[in-house]
Design a protein around this ligand. Sequence first.
Ligand SMILES: Cc1cc2nc3c(=O)[nH]c(=O)nc-3n(C[C@H](O)[C@H](O)[C@H](O)COP(=O)(O)OP(=O)(O)OC[C@H]3O[C@@H](n4cnc5c(N)ncnc54)[C@H](O)[C@@H]3O)c2cc1C
Length: 383
Amino acid sequence: MIGFEPTEEQAALQALAHTFAEREIRPVAAHHDQSGEFPETVLRKAHALGLMNLHIPPRWGGLGLGVVEGCLIAEEIAWGCTGVGAAMEASGLALEPVIQGASEALLERYVAPMVERFSLAAYCITEPGAGSDVQGLRTRAEHRGDRWILNGEKAWITNAGVADWYFVLAMTDPALKARGGMTAFLVERSWPGVTPGRKEHNMGQRASDTRAITFEDVEVPDENVVGQVGQGWMLAMKAFDHTRPPVASAAVGLARAAMEHAVAYAGERMAFGVPIERHQAVAFLIADMAKDIDAARLLVWRAAWLADQGRRNTREASVAKAFAADVAMRVATDAVQVYGGYGYNTEYPVEKLMRDAKIFSIYEGTSQIQRVIVAREILGRKR
Ligand SMILES: Cc1cc2nc3c(=O)[nH]c(=O)nc-3n(C[C@H](O)[C@H](O)[C@H](O)COP(=O)(O)OP(=O)(O)OC[C@H]3O[C@@H](n4cnc5c(N)ncnc54)[C@H](O)[C@@H]3O)c2cc1C
């Protein structure tokens, strides 16, 4: 009834992603962290190997992989560097509602070419005044003739400066808000009136490209509405059931990397005449890392498996995301502790992991919002 053994295909994908992370990502991770330079070369190689755009259905030339496969790959890529992984995941996040809801014409025009040609997408929901409170967004689209006129500003958009197209959520009927008043649009970055801002200087995951975007009288043709007018909220939110498990899996990958560094260091570093791993206080830090990583991974796999069965997994995806985010932060912080003073220094790998870990409890819904969702799923169903 319950199995944890990956299929041959899954094991092969996992091995491919791990080797890629080891050979292509790890050697350049510190460079991209320090310089903030976007890792386009790495991403192009990942694309060529089939490690991107995992869920594009076979009828559009894609692999049509499931959420479980996406999670296995995400953990390995994140083990390499979560900044690189964020650029890949963000494109997947933009693709998800488009694959789920867009017309065949939009899929053919924007999604199918991504299989052969390297390009990225971005998911644009957050605004300066509306993050957790998505219904408070102010970006407005008004219908004129055969097009929509888009005005507004998005904030904190991953891939904003490098994506070819954006999935944009806008208000089309402010009186209705989530109940039919929000519509999703597919907007090209090169269109007149679309202006990405400067790259943000973030605490961690600095390889990824985060920017604001302004939309000023952008003309969006009718055919670039994703799904139906008024369906945007549903499309944008449903995507998270499929994308939160891989984000949580990336948190597990980061934690695993931090633990591996801590284990290696604890075996080498001497204090009081013995390797520090022989001090029980240090050994228990590592034991706690192992148990938390195991638990987080199992929650991720459950949430992903449910999605692949076509079953509702909103609660399980939020549980996995909130739990794995905390695990990543705790394990990375404890890895710094195991390293002592060296852990606090940029010459050693764990301070980057600690900085990178923090964002997992903020993007794709904060850990507070995950708890709001879990509580609603439990208490709402009682009523
Ligand atoms: C590096 C980075 C990349 C990002 N990438 C993207 C992206 O690609 N696309 C995109 O659309 N967005 C993206 N975001 C935005 C991200 O999703 C938001 O920052 C996040 O949803 C929180 O919104 P906020 O920052 O406005 O915080 P706020 O919503 O203002 O929240 C502030 C605090 O209040 C808490 N809070 C708010 N409401 C509640 C509530 N009802 N109950 C309990 N606590 C609450 C929050 O948990 C948080 O602790 C990114 C952000 C960052 C930093």
